[in-house]
Every structure is written in C-alpha cells, then in structure tokens.
Design a binder for this molecule. Structure first.
Ligand code: D5M
Ligand code: FE
Ligand code: ZN
Length: 494
C-alpha cells in the first residue's frame, strides 16, 4: 500500500514537472489521496491551466486542488444520482381519455329528468357489476311485498331524516325506515351518505313499511396502482390564484427556478430533472367578480392580464415538461360542471404551442398508461356540509366518498352548479390510478384501494374569508408522483 502511494507520488511529481508545475506538499498529498488513474492527466492539465491563470509561477496550492476535486466530486454525484434517463430524453406519452366541450344549453325539466335517470342507470349498472343484488325489486314492487319479505333495491337519496330516508327510483318516491337498533356499519354509512347519490339498499318489509338492513355503496374494486415503464415524474398542483394579493409569487417562482435545475441540493435537483408533466387542477387565476368585493383583494384587476402574466411565468418552465390544466371556479370558463376548458382567448399562444394542454373539469388523461382523473373539487363544499367525517381540512375523506359513491358531485341545487341535461358526465365510470383535486387549498394525499388520492394545496396565502371560515390552507407545496414505482412525495417551496 505504502509502496503504491510512493509510486503514485513519483508519477504525479514527474507529470507535474513535465507541465512545469510545482506542487506544494499539501497539494501533493491531496492528489495522492484522491488519485485516480483515468482522470489524473486531465486533472493535472486543469491545475496547470489554473496555476498559469493565477500568475502563481505555476505553484499549485492545496486550495486549487480542493476546488478541482470538489467540482469533479459534485459532477460525479450528479451522474450517480440522476437516473440514466432524464425527462428531457423521454418522449411524452399523453392520451386524453375524456374531456368535455361546450354544449348548447337547454335546462328544461325534461332534460333534467333525463339527466337524473342517466345518473341512476349508470350507477345502477356499476352496482350490479360489483355486488349481488338478488333478489332485486323495484321500489314499487318492494312496497307491495308481504310482511317479512326481504330483498334489495337501488335508490337515489332525496332526504335524510333521523329515523327514515326519503328515496326515489325512476318510478316512485318512498320512505325507508332506519331501524332503532341498526348496526354501526349502517349508521356510519347513513351518516356519510349525501343527497342525490345512488346506492343499493337491502331491505325487510315489516308492518307494510320498508326497513333498511344495510346500504351498498357502489365503490371501486381494489387494484394495483398502475405504473409506467419510463422513470419520469408528475408534479401535481392547483389553486395558483394569480392576481390575488395573497398569491405567493416568490414561492411560485422558486418552483419554476427549481424546475429549470437551479438551486437547492443534489437530491432535489435530480428530482426536478425527472419531472415530465405538471398537472394543475384548476383556479389558475383569482379571476374577477367571483365573490362580492373581490376587487379589494386583487393585485391584478383584469382577468386577461392575470392569465397573460401567469403564462409568462409558466413559459419559463422548460418546454420538455408538458402541462395539463383544467379550470376551477375562479377561472374563465362556464361555471356549471362539467366545465369545458378555459376560454381559448385567455390561454393565448400557450394553448397552441404543444406543451400546454387545456382540458375540461373534470377530465381523464393517461400519462404513460397511468390514468389520472383530474377534478377541481368544488363539490367538496357540499360533501363537507352533508357528510359526516368529511371536512375542508380532510379533502382525502371527501375524495374517498366520491369514489365510494362513484360520483364527483352528487348534490344538486346546493353550492355546486351542475349542467343537468342529457348524460351525467360526473359519474366515475372508469376507475383511475390517480385521483387529483384541489379547491379546498389543503394538501393531503393517501392511497385508497390502490388509487393515489392527491389534493394538491395552493399558492395563495390565507385569505380573510378563509380566516372567517376557520380554513387553514397549506400554501407553496406541490406533490410529486413517480410514474415508474408509484412513489409520492411532497415538496415545499415556502
Ligand atoms: O376556495 C378556497 C377555499 O374557500 C376552499 O377551502 C373552499 C372555500 N370556499 C370558497 N367559496 C366558498 C363558499 N361560498 N362557501 C364556503 N366555503 C367556500 P376557492 O375556490 O379557491 O375560492
Ligand atoms: Fe382555489
Ligand atoms: Zn376553487
């Protein structure tokens, strides 16, 4: 070993002399310690160049060696940590599975009736494929069964009362009694059930009344999380609220710089270089006239300017990163769900240059085969009102309920405007791998039956309104999902 070191020392001194360099003793021993056959020649060349530049009579100091070795170490770390394939070199694989365009609107009663019948039919067929509903009876038939009969039916909830439910099917409206001694499971399901959702009911007839024995939620099957072959990631965010006085521009720009590979440590840099997609689940801007006296809280009072300025920041994101955006209740799009994409005039050139895809709310998109259901989440307000254990600070519970009821916004006529004509597009017919929402400004993520739930927070600091409502937002964070292995992390830019 010592002999080896002596040999290395002699070799370095010879090579240094050939370049007319003098090494001070500390510099020499540092070179010996870090000796590497393949890189020593280029290292000595660089040292010679450096010593020459510094006019130090070609005397090499320990600091000069340390700097070069440090540079090399850093670049080696980056080669080691960065995967071979960076997002820049991976071809984008985006497939839009569902997006809605503007439809002519005719909200007559017949159109609304058809809409609810469509909801009932779609969810009924999911229920039948997921659960054994025999013996099955329509509500009308169920009511005419003799005392003591048992069976199953499918209903849409109209009203919840302490001791009974008022329910409907396409034929009639009926009462279903809640037994006094009902099981905990049934009580828990009733507490979580919200108006206008469609569920299965197992009943028993007693004293000419229907009694509820259990409720059957359509729910989703347990499945393995879908994964991609390519090692790329998706950054998930929402609720930028550009134009609001509370928009955290500094933090947002920090994220954009990070995506460009700037700042922070090596681990985070390598994380940034894997990002191939950014999904923004609505509320890109704060908008204008969204709530009374909003202008007092606006930094930018023109909605066109809000989009223009936001798009200018987004244009600094490297163009190998593909962006997918949908509208929220603050965006420039018709308000009722499903919302068609943000009006084209506001998306400017960004909508057409290929790296920004503007879709509807909700929409379904596949990234390398991983299916994302992206929805702003306005109905979480209704769910928080009507359902127990769902609240603004636990959006994941509301998301779970949407999947269990297979509908994104069941409640009609409350806070969430629905486009009630023809087909009901808000039924969750196709089960996604990832379910991404925003709106409540609270970052939460977990897995439900193999589906990654993400509510992605916000870039708006706490507003006066949120203070009054007791809502505590989680601003300036984003979620990162690795498509190859399903790994998920939260990253802060605060
Ligand atoms: O919603 C931001 C937050 O404020 C979110 O937590 C929902 C809540 N919010 C918004 N509007 C209302 C109304 N009208 N009632 C109750 N809670 C509300 P954003 O869509 O970003 O304004
Ligand atoms: Fe928002
Ligand atoms: Zn919103």
């Amino acid at each position: 070993m010592t002999q080896d070191k002596e040999a290395v020392k002699r070799k370095i001194l010879t090579e240094a002399a050939r370049r007319g360099m003098l090494l001070n003793p500390e510099a020499l021993s540092m070179l010996v310690e870090n000796y590497d056959e393949t890189s020593i020649q280029s290292l000595l060349d660089k040292l010679a160049g450096k010593a020459g530049e510094q006019g130090s009579n070609l005397v090499v100091s320990k600091e000069m060696v340390a700097q070069l070795i440090g540079d090399r170490a850093r670049s080696e770390v980056s080669i080691g940590v960065h995967p071979q394939v960076l997002a820049r070199d991976v071809e984008a694989k985006v497939e839009v599975l569902k997006t809605y365009e503007v439809k002519p609107f005719s909200d007559d009663l017949e159109a609304r009736r058809q809409y609810f019948v469509d909801r009932y039919r779609k969810i009924s067929s999911i229920l039948r494929s997921r659960a054994d509903l025999s013996p099955y009876y329509s509500l009308r038939k169920a009511r005419s069964l003799p005392d003591g009969s048992e069976g199953k039916t499918i209903v849409m909830l109209y009203e919840k009362h302490e001791n009974y439910l008022v329910v409907e099917d396409p034929e009639i409206t009926a009462k279903i009694m809640i037994p006094k001694d009902c099981s905990r499971d049934l009580r828990e399901k009733i507490d979580r059930l919200i108006p206008d959702s469609v569920v299965g009911v197992s009943f028993r007839v007693s004293g000419s009344k229907l009694f509820c024995r259990s409720l059957i939620f359509p729910d989703v099957p347990l499945k393995k999380i879908g994964m991609a072959d390519e090692d790329v990631s998706v950054l998930m965010t929402s609720d930028i609220h550009f134009g609001s006085q509370k928009f955290s521009e500094k933090a947002f720009r920090r994220m954009v710089r990070w995506l460009r590979g700037g700042g922070l440590n090596e681990r985070e840099r390598s994380q940034a270089f894997k990002i191939k997609y950014i999904v923004i689940a609505g509320d890109l801007v704060d908008g204008v006239g969204i709530y009374p006296q909003q202008e007092k809280e606006l930094q930018v009072k023109d909605v066109g300017k809000q989009y223009e300025m936001l798009l200018e920041i987004l244009s600094q994101i490297p163009d190998y990163i593909k962006m997918i955006v949908i509208p929220g209740n603050h965006d420039a799009a018709p308000r009722a769900l499903p919302q068609p994409p943000i009006f084209r005039e506001y998306m400017g050139r960004a909508g057409s240059n290929g790296n920004l895809l503007s879709l509807s709310n909700p929409c379904m998109v596949s990234l390398h085969g991983v299916r994302f259901l992206v929805y702003h989440g306005t109905s979480m307000e209704d769910i928080a009102t009507f359902s127990k254990n769902a609240s603004y600070d636990k959006p994941d519970n509301s998301m779970e309920l949407m999947l269990q009821l297979r509908h994104l916004a069941p409640v009609y006529g409350s806070r969430t405007p629905l486009l009630t004509q023809g087909a009901d597009e808000l039924v969750v017919e196709d089960v996604p791998d990832v379910f991404h929402t925003g709106h409540v400004h609270v970052f939460r993520s977990r897995v439900y039956k193999g589906i990654r739930l993400v509510n992605s927070g916000t870039w708006q600091e706490r507003t006066k309104y949120q203070e009054q409502m007791g809502i505590m937002p989680t601003p300036n964070v984003a979620g990162i999902l690795e498509l190859k292995n399903g790994g998920f992390s939260e990253i802060s830019f605060a």
